[in-house]
Each structure stands twice: as C-alpha cells, then as structure tokens.
Design a binder for this molecule. Structure first.
Ligand SMILES: Cc1cc2nc3c(=O)[nH]c(=O)nc-3n(C[C@H](O)[C@H](O)[C@H](O)COP(=O)(O)OP(=O)(O)OC[C@H]3O[C@@H](n4cnc5c(N)ncnc54)[C@H](O)[C@@H]3O)c2cc1C
Length: 434
C-alpha cells in the first residue's frame, strides 16, 4: 500500500481481499497489453473484456442465486478503481458492462433475469446500454430512435452513439421512442420511451467502424445503427413507457459511481507517479519535492485524492446499506445526491490533478513513453458519460432549491438493490486445556 492510499471505515476484509486480487490481475494481465493498445489507437482490444469478465467481476452486484458475486456496490467500485489505476481502458470496459447489468436487475422480467444474469455473471455475455443519440446527449427525451409494434414483435430503427463496449458487447439495452410522437423540447413526456434487449447479432444491427479517440485506447464507445431490427415483445425491459426510468436509474445508480471509480483509479495512478518523480528528480542539488511550491502542489494532489476517495466510497456504502438508516417514515434514505456529488467531485479532482501533475513534471510529462501522458489523456473521457459536470450541478441545484422533480432512484428501487453478504464471523479460538 502506498503512502497516498488510506483505509476508510467503509472497507471490510472481503473488500481488501478483492482489491488485492484485482490489483494482481491488473498488473499481471492488463499492464502487458498497454503498449499495444497505445500503439494502435484505431483498434479495439477485443480480448480484454473477456479476460476481465472471466473473473466474474461484471457480476459484482448480481445476486449469488444467479451465479453473481453478490458483493455490492463498494466491491464494484474497488474492481473498477484497481483496473483503472493500471489502465483507464480496462476500467472503462468493466464499468460499461457493469452499467449494462442495472436495467436487467431493476426492470428485467423473471425470464430475462434467468436467461441473462447467469451468462453475464459467468463472463459469457457483455451487456451495454445504448441511450445517447447524435441529437440527444444530456437531453435524453430528445431522442429520435423508434420502436413500432408489429404483431408479437417490436421493430427498432435509429442510431445510438458513444455506446460503451459497442464493439465487444453481446447484448445491447436500447432505449427508443414508442409513443409515435416526434421529440418536442417543450414537452418532457416521461412515458414516451421504452427499453429493449437487443442481441448484437440480430439482423439489422449495424456497427459503425471504431473511431480512435483522445484516450482510453483499446476501449470502444462507438455507434450502433438499427435498421428494421425485429425483437420479440418479450425483449421489452419493463413496461411500455419505462424507457426513461431505465435510462435515468441506470445512470444514477451505476453510471455515476462507475465513472467516479474510473476517476479514482486514474487519480491514484497520477498521484503515485508524480510523487515518485518529485522524490527522485534532483534540482538545486536536492529532490524536487524539497521545493515549497512543489510541496504545495503535492499537498493539493493528496487533498483532492483523499476527498475523492472518501466521497466515492461513502456514496456507494450508502447504496449498499440503504435500509440501515431509514427516514422517520420508515422509507430507505436515498443517496442519489451523494452519487451525483461524488461523480462531480471525482471528475473535477482528477482533471485538476492531471494539470498539477503535468506542471510538476515540466517537460518530462509530455513524452509518450512515460505513462503520465496516457493517464492525462484518459481523464478527458470521464466528464461526458453518466452526465456531464454541468448536468451534475444542475441536479444538485434542483435539490438545493427544494424540489428535484426527479424520483430518488436509490429509494424507489431499494427493494431490488441487494446488500452485500455479511462477512462470516471469525471462528472462535478453541479453548486450550489448562
Ligand atoms: C467514454 C464515453 C462513454 C460513453 N458511454 C455511453 C454508454 O455506454 N451509453 C450511452 O448511451 N452513452 C454513452 N456515452 C455518451 C454520454 O452519455 C454523452 O456524451 C453525454 O450524455 C453528453 O451528451 P453529449 O456528448 O451529446 O453532450 P450534450 O448533452 O450535447 O452537451 C454539450 C454541452 O452542453 C452542456 N449541457 C447539456 N445540457 C445541459 C443542461 N441541461 N444544463 C447545462 N449544460 C448542459 C453539457 O454539459 C456540455 O458541456 C458515453 C460517452 C463517452 C465520452
């Protein structure tokens, strides 16, 4: 454990063991792939997702009765964090498919759950969620993709963009309009949308070529085009009109904390690298870290990281223990704002850390063979997914002004959020004969 890591009261021995296991995997299996991923930004790493999934980690929050880990949301955060600490792309691959689990857990029919959750838990199926469109990002209700009823089927048409794991996902969760209306920005009709499970190999599902991006090389977040894609009515997730609820609840309960965890892993890596640099680089006959201005910047790095970790773990700990501190009326105390706040702070903090780290490194941070340059580029991929920082502040402002107009998903879906299994009590010491 490095000096910039600290234990929080939220971690258990199970969490610590899991962290070690993921760390060992990330160093042994992911790190050797980084050079290739960086050298080929136009390629998707089509094997890394399967490697991660084989450990069962996409099923972190899937209950054990479906073969999942049943380990909860803090465990999911630790998995993403430790992968991201070594490779932002690996963290993004894990988080994108863990995000895809949410809709099936919260809105799936018993048949859908029985069919898909064991496959996902076993690492044989990578799910995605496809909401964003060219003309609707933050404004989800602006989407134009449609599904029309045709006998026992639904027929889907439209384009989805920036879909995490687009090129390796097996099962897309696609949200479309089902109300026959064209989007009207003046009307926020929450029941206009519905969600569907669409297998990646269905006729009419077309994948646009992978487009290289600024960072997270190896991860795909590309475009899906749906042309007359026919799915049985049984593939609808939830009821007609549940699409917005599927999109929003997945984004709040899984998307926000998942991106927070990627930010945390990158933040830890940036901080460690920079500390090593400042302690070994010599200037004026002494380590760079002896300079008061550099110490001030190191203090900032450490402060932001400590705060980010505390907010991130506290928010998912609340999600794991929704029933522990109920409201006076007995309902679970919601934690949507904590999840939103942790994502906002985590992303701002890691982007500030990236700038500070670059400044401490001087010219040395710019060379592409040195990991800082890669880590900094990866931080640019965290603001947009699961709501930009503007959207997080918009949501927090609504709470502060005394009425959100949004359901508290952590409260509404609390009965479907499985708390992590308690750790076994330690075996009592056998009594010694006198
Ligand atoms: C790495 C990555 C992975 C992604 N994964 C997925 C995925 O798995 N599934 C998926 O469906 N989508 C995914 N996305 C898409 C992501 O959800 C969108 O990028 C996001 O919703 C923002 O949409 P946009 O990029 O179109 O920006 P826009 O919504 O067009 O926003 C543009 C600008 O306007 C601001 N803005 C917009 N609305 C408001 C408002 N109401 N108040 C104040 N400011 C506002 C934004 O903050 C931003 O600065 C991913 C994106 C990235 C980069």
């Amino acid at each position: 454990m490095s000096d910039t890591e600290f234990e929080t009261e939220f971690e258990t021995d199970d969490h610590r063991r899991l962290r070690e296991q993921v760390r060992e995997f990330a160093l042994g299996e992911v790190a050797p792939r980084i050079a290739h991923m960086q050298a080929h930004p136009a390629d998707v790493d089509t094997h890394l997702g399967a490697l991660i999934a084989q450990n069962g980690w996409i099923g972190a929050t899937i209950p054990t009765r479906y073969g999942g880990m049943g380990a909860g949301h803090l465990a999911k955060t630790l998995i993403i964090e430790e992968l991201s600490r070594v490779s932002g792309a690996a963290g993004m691959i894990a988080q994108a498919s863990q995000l895809g689990v949410a809709k099936i857990l919260h809105f799936g029919s018993p048949e859908q759950q029985q069919t898909w959750l064991p496959l996902i838990a076993a690492g044989e199926c990578l799910p995605t969620i496809a909401v964003t469109e060219p003309e609707s990002g933050g404004h989800v209700l602006g989407m134009r993709a449609t599904a029309r009823r045709d006998g026992h089927d639904w027929v889907l048409n439209g384009r989805k963009v920036y879909i995490g794991n687009s090129h390796i996902g097996h099962l897309h969760g696609v949200v479309t309009r089902t109300d026959d209306t064209t989007p009207d920005p003046r009307r926020d009709d929450a029941s206009a949308l519905s969600a569907f499970l669409v297998e990646a190999d269905r006729p009419g599902v077309h994948l646009e070529p992978h487009q290289p991006a600024t960072g997270v090389h190896g991860f795909s977040f590309g475009d899906l085009v749906l042309r007359e894609v026919r799915v049985p009515a049984a593939n609808m997730i939830g009821r007609p009109g549940d699409g917005l609820a599927v999109a929003y609840s997945s984004s709040i309960l899984y998307g926000r904390p998942n991106l927070t965890a990627v930010a945390l892993g990158l933040h830890q890596a940036i901080t460690e690298l920079t500390l090593r640099f400042a302690q070994t680089r010599r200037r004026y006959g002494a380590p760079l870290a002896d300079l008061p201005t550099i110490q001030h910047k190191i203090g900032q790095l450490h402060h932001r990281l400590m705060t980010a970790r505390h907010l991130a773990y506290q928010a998912v700990h609340r999600l794991d223990h929704l029933h522990h501190h109920p409201l006076q009326d007995g309902r679970p105390r919601p934690c949507d704002d904590e999840l939103i706040n942790a994502k906002y702070w985590g992303v701002q903090a890691v982007q500030d850390a990236a700038r500070t780290a670059m400044s401490i490194h001087g010219a040395a941070g710019l060379r592409t063979h040195y990991p800082l340059e890669r880590l900094v580029r990866d931080t640019w991929h965290l603001d947009a997914p699961a709501g930009t920082s503007d959207i997080q502040l918009h949501r927090l402002a609504q709470t502060a002004l005394g009425g959100t107009g949004h359901p508290a998903w952590s409260q509404r879906l609390a009965h479907l959020i499985t708390p992590p299994a308690p750790e076994p009590e330690p075996e009592p010491e056998p009594e010694r004969a006198a």
